[in-house]
Design a binder for this molecule. Structure first.
Ligand code: KG4
Ligand code: ZN
Length: 325
């Protein structure tokens, strides 16, 4: 990453094949695969960027939230590189990364902004008054939107990863033929577990008679309920907090209907930025961008990340990190 805005290389190794046969992420396998893949990915990233370790000013690594084993591998590798190359290291909040992904999509985008981060574990509405400051104004009471998509996809027999598969199936369905309830809680709270149960019961009622078209219709209805619920609260949040910039990001922001409907809901009330698909789902570029904008200014970084003896200050992995730091 150059100057926090220009991606020189963004290398992604997908673990989809690894976890597919288990129908979901197996944490131990995920962590081990991180360890095995990271050295090669780092070589590839440097090669594609046309960069040498000497060109690097700062190393950014995700410190949380996430799976403990994976975070520990990442932080361990980050500390190893920082020590070997004598470079400063900064720990980055994964959720902040999803917002900073939007800064890569729009070089002129600056806070203040209103954000909706929808991923496998989060459905959060946040206010970002300035760099490195976030205030949560809405969240889910139970399942996150991505989790709901993944579970619904499994019920529909779509396997893992569920979100993208459900998105594809929904394109050939009609949401009006098998309508599902739209969750609605007061204020800026989300809830998707009731919707999930409604789908389960509907599928149980249909039993063996469920046709491929029924499944496509149910996928479309489920998608519509989740998307309209997400946007209903975004709409309220934007009315209560009329920011000029709105960011919708995280893995679920890759969803076709969400992208289309978000543009319609925000309309001309604010400028909407949704990162391109490869920057919506988890990636290293967004972590580098967040590290660039939220670590202490250059020069200071070195002194702050090193203990007086020249030793690298450890980055603490925190699987349950919130938005506050
Ligand atoms: O941000 P992300 O890549 O990882 C986490 O931080 O969790 O988000 C992953 C989530 C998964 O639940 C996945 O099913 C969902 O994003 N997702 C989608 C789509 N692409 C990814 N959900 C709906 N439609 C999609 N096209
Ligand atoms: Zn994520």
């Amino acid at each position: 990453m150059e100057d926090g805005r220009r991606v020189l290389s963004n290398v992604i190794h997908s673990q989809v094949e690894l976890h597919k046969e288990f129908g979901g992420v197996v944490p131990e396998l995920a962590a081990r695969d991180h360890l095995e893949r990271l050295p090669h990915l780092l070589d590839l990233a440097l090669e594609r960027a046309g960069a040498q370790p000497d060109d690097i000013d700062l190393i950014a690594v995700t410190r949380g939230p996430g799976l403990a084993g994976c975070l520990l591998v990442g932080v361990g590798v980050g500390e190893g590189l920082a020590a070997a190359w004598s470079k400063p290291l900064t720990g980055v909040n994964h959720l902040w990364g999803h917002i900073y992904a939007a800064m890569l999509a729009r070089p002129d985008l600056e806070p203040p902004l209103l954000g909706l981060v929808v991923s496998g574990a989060h459905s959060d509405l946040v206010r970002m008054p300035k760099h490195a400051r976030f205030e949560v104004i809405g969240r889910t009471r139970d399942d996150a939107a991505g989790e709901a998509f993944d579970k619904a996809a499994r019920m529909l027999g779509l396997g893992y990863p569920g979100g993208p598969a459900l998105d594809r199936l929904a394109r050939s369905g009609d949401p009006r033929r098998q309508p599902l309830p739209r969750p609605s809680l007061p204020g800026l709270e989300y809830s998707f577990s009731g919707l999930k149960t409604a789908l389960l019961y509907r599928l149980r009622d249909l039993g063996d008679t469920a046709t491929e078209q029924d499944k496509a219709d149910l996928a479309a209805a489920f998608e519509r309920s989740v998307v309209e619920s997400l946007l209903e609260k975004l709409d309220v949040a934007l009315t209560e907090h009329p920011y000029e910039e709105v960011v919708v990001s995280g893995g679920v922001a890759a969803n076709t209907l969400l992208r289309q409907r978000a543009a319609e809901v925000v309309a001309d009330r604010a400028r909407l930025t949704m990162p391109p698909l490869e920057l919506c789902t988890d990636n290293a570029a967004m972590i580098a961008a967040a590290g660039f904008f939220t670590s202490p200014p250059r020069g200071e970084v070195g002194s702050r990340s090193r203990l007086p003896g020249g030793e690298i200050r450890p980055v603490e992995a925190n699987p349950s990190l919130g938005w506050s730091s």
